[in-house]
Design a protein around this ligand. Structure first.
Ligand code: NAP
Ligand code: ZN
Length: 347
């Protein structure tokens, strides 16, 4: 016996998302059923809904920035109780046995973690994400949302927040470090807030100066337009770390030239097409080019606690479910300030 819940699904690469219903499994011994209140719209939802990363198995309900309230717990659940405010991010399972899972870095599970949507669950059924009324998840992949964060502004932290927190942490963004954030969208605006809270000197590199006032208010010390070629001369050899959040292909050589000796450009943006670079952009200043996917469950909880402590919710525009397709178009036009969040009660 499963439960039928309302949802919004993608059915083909070029079709708008439509209302539908999906089945959620009964709560198992280690499961938690969550009544979803808010679901953020990540650019990855769009890449997936449109089969931009390879063919998607349709229909799919996307959404991996889930915030809600525990409605039911299984008999062996110890971490959560009915009524708790909780979140779910990009993963709902992993092998639990490999060196990376044992180290709490489930994002690197050698068998591949189970993605919240467009994945295959342990029971062989396709996974469906947060654009839905409820979800059933093993308690080990459920995060506690601290009291200091409202559910709507917390939802985007479950992907956008952890995806930038993890590399900022890994590459030691902090006092004395100069960090640039490329692209001021969902990930980018959280990168600015978190890097600033970690004590780094933060520069936004955006396509235009349209969002300059916002960028500085969010915590950036400097703001430059990448459409202005002089930006790349002014800022040459200046950053310790650059976090590239752009969803499209960019000129990596131009951004690498902004790194100091031993600096790192970490790509969190996941464009549809391959990126390329010249070896000289790296070797002349012993620079590194890296990538980083989300973060582990323990680190995600650490990020939520850090954000609550520093008052770092996402900047959001709450929308009703019937505006999801319009929101997708606005994200694609870089017209998002800075995350759309679906009010799931409107499903
Ligand atoms: P988003 O809200 O659309 O932000 C991307 C920003 O990039 C835009 O706001 C825009 O900022 C800039 N941009 C867009 N198109 C551009 C272009 N053609 N040239 C230069 N700049 C451009 O997207 P998001 O939700 O933050 O996600 C960003 C990317 O990260 C996506 O590819 C997503 O799939 C990926 N992602 C990766 C992970 C991971 O685990 N690594 C996790 C989540 C998301 P400006 O207007 O300021 O220029
Ligand atoms: Zn995401």
């Amino acid at each position: 016996m499963s439960t039928t819940v309302k949802a919004y699904a993608a059915t083909a690469p070029d079709a708008p998302l439509v209302p539908t219903t999906i089945e959620r499994r009964d709560v198992g011994a280690h499961d938690v059923r969550i009544d979803i209140k808010f679901a953020g719209i990540c650019h990855s939802d769009i890449h997936t809904a449109r089969s931009e990363w390879g063919p998607t198995n349709y229909p799919v309900v996307v959404g991996h920035e889930i915030a809600g309230v525990v409605a039911e717990v299984g008999s062996d659940v110890t971490k959560y109780a009915v009524g708790d405010r909780v979140g779910v991010g990009c993963m709902v399972g992993s092998c639990g046995e490999c060196e990376y899972c044992l180290a709490g870095t489930e994002q690197f599970c050698v068998k591949g973690n189970i993605q919240t949507y467009a994945g295959i669950d342990k029971d062989g059924t396709p996974t469906h994400g947060g654009y839905s009324q409820a979800v059933v998840v093993n308690e080990d992949f459920v995060l506690g949302i601290p009291d200091g964060l409202d559910l709507d502004v917390a939802a985007p932290l479950l992907c956008a927040g952890i995806t930038v927190y993890s590399p900022l942490h890994h590459w030691n963004a902090g006092p004395g470090k100069k960090v640039a954030v490329v692209g001021l969208g969902g990930l980018g605006h959280m990168a600015v807030k978190i890097a600033h809270a970690l004590g780094a000197e933060v520069t936004v590199l955006s396509q235009s100066l349209k969002k300059q006032e916002d960028g500085l208010r969010l915590g950036a010390d400097h703001y430059f337009a990448t459409s202005d070629p002089s930006t790349f001369e002014t800022l040459a050899n200046s950053f310790d770390l650059i976090v590239n959040t752009v969803s499209a292909v960019v000129d990596l050589d131009a951004y690498l030239s902004l790194l100091r000796v031993d600096g790192t450009l970490v790509n969190v943006g996941a464009p549809e097409k391959p990126l390329s670079l010249h070896a000289f952009s790296l070797l002349m200043a012993r620079r590194s080019f890296a990538g980083s996917p989300i973060g582990g469950i323990a680190e995600t909880q650490q990020m939520l606690d850090f954000c609550a402590e520093h008052g770092l919710g996402a900047e959001i525009e709450v929308i009703s479910a019937d505006r999801i397709n319009e929101a997708y178009e606005r994200v694609l036009a870089s017209d998002v300030r800075y995350r759309f969040v679906i009010d799931v009660s409107t499903l």
